[in-house]
Write a protein that binds this ligand. Structure first.
Ligand code: NAD
Ligand code: UDP
Length: 330
């Protein structure tokens, strides 16, 4: 068994080779924690954690958290954890068409396997849930008390119901077995290390603007989202790791914009000549929520958290990152 480090806590980050998970690893290591990533790399990238492998407080184990036997074998080898963070799940709407069964498996079996590690170790378990649990909301902004407007059969249902199940089993393990849990409902987050091919709106629009290609605005462009910069999201996750509350707590930026406004802003900030082309909503996006905006009063009251990075500031950072790291030029 690996002895617990004296400098900080031993944290297991499932999905740590992904966009948000890799930034969480950076922040945990920076404050002195010991970090183990388990990830099957189905949507994550080794490049996101390459800079961490030389750190002796970091280790990476390629592992599918759905494989109960392999998870338990790895846990025996890796030793006990103080914190288990579950960020493992494909998250892009493009993946809903190709990885539906994997998404349902990781939200259910994967979440249970990780909760059982937390139970065995007496660790705090932090569940990365999503604004998608509200479905296509009819209440704006969405407080945690809103129960949602969710389809159990549409193309998005694999993800929405997977995360709703993950919340339910997290609460059941808390109520019946006393596991220390915290649920975070993450709203649209953007920043460096997003996968340029993930099909999400910020990556598509920035990639298209830098390549001088048409910007693909689905529907009329009047749908809204509220975008949280990655550093703010990580501050919220760290606050939830350190807190003693169950939640769920929304973590997102309440600045709501239409997708047309987003497209125009990205074209302007990138100095691009791309045209904005309105096209039909792709079939896998049926049920695309019309509006989404977090009510973050609870995060302020319970975690003392609020976002601080404005949309233009964050987008400039992302455009610059894509120019220098993803090889895209205007
Ligand atoms: P991501 O795809 O970059 O990261 C998810 C990681 O989980 C990937 O590295 C992937 O390989 C890994 N993974 C998936 N299935 C796995 C399995 N069975 N076993 C082990 N690893 C597995 O996505 P992200 O944007 O970084 O999202 C991270 C988490 O936050 C996800 O749980 C997602 O649902 C949630 N979330 C993200 C957003 C957002 O805007 N990015 C919004 C709401 C919720
Ligand atoms: N969208 C768009 N063009 C694109 C990609 C996405 O207009 O090239 C829209 C999409 O229909 C949705 C919004 O942008 O209304 C956000 O999509 P994203 O995939 O980023 O995340 P979602 O919030 O839907 O999970």
């Amino acid at each position: 068994m690996t002895p617990a480090v004296e400098t900080g806590r031993r944290v297991l980050v499932a999905g740590g080779a992904g966009f948000i998970g890799s930034h969480l690893c950076d922040a945990l290591l920076l404050r002195g924690d010991d970090v183990t990533v388990v990830d099957n790399l189905c949507t994550g990238r080794r490049a996101n954690i390459d800079h961490l492998v030389a750190n002796d407080r970091f280790r990476f184990v390629e592992l599918d958290v759905v494989d109960t036997e392999a998870v338990n074998e790895a846990h025996g080898r890796l030793g006990r954890f103080d914190v288990v963070c579950n960020l493992a799940s494909p998250a892009s709407p493009e993946a809903f068409a190709t990885l539906a069964l994997e998404i349902l498996a990781v939200g259910s079996i994967g979440t249970r396997n990780l909760l059982e590690i937390a139970e065995r170790d007496g660790a705090r378990f932090v569940m990365a849930s999503t604004s998608e649990v509200y479905g296509d909301p009819l209440v704006h902004p969405q407080p945690e008390s809103y129960l949602g407007n969710v389809s159990s059969i549409g193309p998005r249902s694999c993800y929405d119901e997977s995360k709703r199940f993950a919340e339910a089993i997290t609460m059941a393990m808390h109520r019946t077995r006393g596991v220390d849990v915290g649920i975070v409902r993450i709203f649209n987050t953007y920043g460096p290390r997003m996968d340029p091919g993930d099909g999400r709106v910020v990556t598509n629009f920035v990639g298209q603007a830098l390549a001088g290609e048409p910007i693909t605005l689905y529907g009329s462009g009047s749908r809204t989202r509220s975008f949280c910069f990655i550093s703010d999201q990580i501050a919220g996750l760290l606050a939830m790791i350190d807190a003693h509350i169950v939640g769920p707590v929304n973590i997102g930026n309440p600045h709501e914009v239409t997708m047309r406004e987003l497209a125009e802003t990205i074209v302007r900030l990138a100095g691009s000549s791309s045209e904005i082309i309105v096209s039909a909503l792709p079939p896998e996006r049926e049920g695309d929520p019309e509006r989404r905006c977090p009510d973050i009063a609870l995060a302020g009251a319970e975690l003392g958290w609020a976002p601080s990075v404005g949309l233009e500031e964050g987008l400039e950072f992302v455009i610059d990152h894509f120019r220098t790291h993803e090889g895209l030029q205007p």
